[in-house]
Write a protein that binds this ligand. Structure first.
Ligand code: SF4
Length: 577
């Protein structure tokens, strides 16, 4: 079978045909015959070829025995399993099965979407996402902090012939072709969402029938929105009353998809931001209807039971105290670059006796590890995947053989056998996942029991009603400092592939292309070369996620809800060197 799927942590979860030794896009279905550059150049990326211990190349058998020895060295509770999402397929979780059954500690929390998800669950009772198939049926799409050209290119064909509103501090490609663009100040999203609800109410534009049935506290929420001082707030966030009127004129009575990115929730109050956007959608009556709703990141494992043992003590992924452990096994992750407050992480990990890195590519974490075990890429193993933006379940068939690396299943099987832990066959696990899918008339498999139009029968709260915010926190900031934006780069996926090396600034800040500058926050600093980008507001500093040193600037505090990292909370200053 020559079909598989892109394994990367990306909304689109493209389907792939492997033909003539080449990765090609599946023509039908959500992949629409094209892949992004990450996969088009996938096989050109140099992967780790051999295992090594303390810098010396060893065989895979020796590496596995060394891993066993390191696990046996200390107490069970002195072992930490830190797993990232460098590969998003479902069999990646089989290592959790070994470590949880053994008695090791696992992680919880998120470096991505957790605050937003917490806000969604508080409002709706669950996180059921508006799938791509429904966005295709909308008349108006609001891209709220989402940059589809970079993060979800398979949304683009669906945007044709629709009215597009873009709300983003960066004038993205989508903003340039939109019908209405609001270059909002970072952190202004919560107040804008509240004001949209307020003016919708004033203009009698709310879906009264929907509110009566599913959101009877809407009047109290309207009162809450009155705490916002209109003129002062609009001036602060860079929005005009005319903009509000234009948005409302475009969305009233229409099928509207509000498509949110993760940038809006990278703050301590990130859950409130998404919940305020959800409240605006509720006031418009967008839930449970064809072509309408809010698309954020759904739970890719919704309606699927894990076959693995995952019951374990857990520590946060955001501020993990690695030095509490004797042996740390890091899989598909690069915490030395991707966790907030890098200098804390570097110093803390340096105190760990044994750091084991299991992954495809060299990075800061593989450099710091004593034992490095190469993984097998998706082309060399069987797996299966789902997505957080659509409901397909895609089989990932092995396409070829290699002597390089080991699959997550084979590594877990070895450890389970050595430590007397029960493990089923790889086929059994893949069959288990497949049992949660159903084949549609188009021949594709979809996760069964996932609603194509979520919330048709009301919300998943106790009384089926939407739970509005009853208080909110507004960001207080110092005008002499700049907002830090840490979007995903078009060239890299977090710290995988071609990583960026620059800081992007508006030319009005007085720096020139190529200047070396120091960017400083209350957490730390980083030196980078300037690239001028006048698509940015002049109160922003853009450093793409994955740029070396960006997380010297970020705080390892958590969001108030959702145990999420808050990569954009810190404000920064830029100094010439
Ligand atoms: S768009 Fe996303 S899923 Fe598709 S090939 Fe690129 S990274 Fe993979």
């Amino acid at each position: 079978m020559n079909n598989t799927a892109c394994p990367l942590d990306c909304y689109d979860a493209c389907e792939i045909i492997y033909e003539d030794h080449k990765i090609k896009a599946k023509k039908s279905g959500h992949t629409r015959g094209f892949l992004c550059p990450h996969l088009n150049h996938y096989e050109k990326n140099q992967q780790i070829q051999s295992p090594r211990y303390k810098g010396v190349e060893i065989s895979m058998d020796e590496a596995l025995l060394k891993l066993k020895e390191l696990i046996e060295l200390g107490e069970k509770n002195e072992i930490l399993h830190y797993r990232g999402s460098g590969n998003f397929a479902l069999m990646q979780g089989v290592t959790d099965h070994f470590f949880a059954s053994y008695g090791a500690t696992l992680t919880e929390g998120s470096l991505c979407d957790g605050a937003g998800e917490a806000g969604i669950i508080e409002g709706r009772g669950s996180n059921k996402n508006m799938p791509l198939s429904q966005i295709a049926k909308s008349e108006v799409v609001i891209l709220w902090g989402r940059n589809p050209h970079t993060t979800s290119s398979h949304l683009l064909p669906l945007l044709k012939d629709k009215q597009i509103v873009v709300i983003d501090p960066v004038k993205t490609k989508a903003a340039k072709i939109s019908d209405l663009y609001i270059q909002i100040q970072p952190r202004g999203d919560l107040e804008l969402a509240m004001l949209l609800s307020r003016f919708l109410h004033i203009e009698h534009g709310c879906d009264e029938q929907f509110l009566e049935e599913y959101a009877s506290e809407a009047e109290d929420f309207y009162e809450l929105t009155q705490n916002i001082r209109i003129k002062a707030v609009l001036d602060k966030i860079g929005v005009t009353l005319g903009d509000i009127g234009d948005i409302l004129a475009m969305v009233k009575g229409k099928k509207v998809a509000i498509v949110c990115g993760i940038g809006v929730q990278k703050y301590r109050n990130g859950s409130e931001v998404i919940r305020a956007i959800d409240a605006f959608a509720t006031n418009l009556g967008l839930f449970g209807k064809e072509g309408s709703g809010v698309a954020y990141l759904g739970n890719s494992k919704e309606a699927i039971e894990s076959p693995f043992n995952t019951k374990a003590k857990r520590v946060s992924k955001v501020d993990t105290k690695f030095s509490d452990f004797k042996t740390v096994f890091i899989q598909g992750a690069n915490p030395l670059s991707q966790m907030p407050n890098s200098s804390r992480v570097v110093s803390d990990i340096s105190k760990v006796e044994n750091v084991v890195y299991f992954g495809l590519y060299e990075n800061e974490t593989s450099e710091a590890a004593s034992l490095v075990i190469p993984a097998k890429s998706f082309l060399y193993k069987n797996d299966i995947r789902t997505s957080y933006s659509h409901n397909a379940m895609i089989s990932m068939h092995k396409q070829k053989d290699t002597d390089i690396g080991i699959s997550e299943y084979d590594l877990s099987k070895f450890l389970c056998k050595e430590f007397g832990i029960e493990i089923k066959s790889e086929d059994d696990y893949i069959k288990h996942f497949k049992n949660f899918s159903v084949q549609n008339i188009d021949g594709a498999f979809y996760v069964e029991n996932r609603e194509d139009i979520p919330y048709k029968e009301g919300f998943d709260t106790d009384d089926n009603e939407f739970v509005f915010l009853d208080e909110f926190e507004v960001h207080d900031y110092k005008e002499e400092k700049l907002f830090l934006i840490t979007s995903k780069s078009p060239k890299s996926l977090n710290s995988q592939f071609n990583r960026e090396e620059n800081v992007y600034l508006n030319s009005s800040l007085g720096f020139a292309e190529g200047d070396l500058v120091e960017i400083e926050s209350s957490v730390g600093n980083v030196k980078l070369k300037v690239k001028i980008n006048n698509d940015l507001r002049n109160d922003c500093v853009l450093i793409y996620s994955g740029t070396k040193g960006v997380n010297n600037l970020t705080s390892s505090l958590h969001s108030y809800e959702g145990k999420n990292a808050i990569f954009q909370e810190e404000m920064v200053v830029v100094k010439s060197i």
